[in-house]
Design a protein around this ligand. Sequence first.
Ligand code: PEP
Ligand code: MN
Length: 263
Amino acid sequence: LASRAFHPEDSVVMVGDLAIGGEEIHVMAGPCAVESREQLLEAARQVKAAGATILRGGAYKPRTSPYSFQGLEEEGLKLLAEARELTGLKVVTEVMDVRTLPLVAEYADILQIGARNMQNFFLLREVARVDKPVLLKRGLSCTIEEWLMAAEYIMSGGNQRVILCERGIRTFENYTRNTLDLTAVPVVKYLSHLPVVVDPSHGIGKWQFVPTMARAAVAAGADGLLIEVHPNPAEALCDGPQSLTPENFAHMMKELRSVARAV
Ligand code: PEP
Ligand code: MN
């Protein structure tokens, strides 16, 4: 179902009135985690002003250490809904398990499946039964074929609205957090009709390199970007080193217009 052979035309995934995979590049931006009302509303206001159309923010966080901030959970979802109300931005947020799926689906416009859950086949089967678009991140060490098979689980379960997200893979290189695999963009577009979004923030892990790779992703044919933006990255509870300030984000958006179809 995900294959280009089965469906020769590019798929456009509608998120309300936004067309992902259409003429315009859509930028999903916001903090790694929802931390507080002030933090989220400030981030939302700023990314909207700079041209983002979708707000990101985790309410449930898959952290390496159980002692790290784990997210505000339902309170975080409510804040995302409030930010949507105030700005008109759509909301993408991660769903980590089957247990919390009904609650997350009540608030999210797009359900994010994180890299660590890309092959959680029970979760994929459950999101397949929800009438919401799914942002399917590529697993930490997953091949393109495994990634497309994960999309196949969602689509064969009844949900055709899958957006793929390249977010970097594990390699021997450790100067960057991951290795952003931009070859995945043309390869996936050759193999599949699904829209592809690139997340340079997690791909690189260092904010200094995010704007350049965002431009490279768009030049390679990405349909959208996922960018972490925090009002005060130095104080972020999660992923501060890879988060842009609102000012740097606005600058990135301006530069993007030199390579993008339309932003
Ligand atoms: C995130 O988007 O904050 C996140 C946890 O991403 P990934 O699953 O790609 O690590
Ligand atoms: Mn993050």
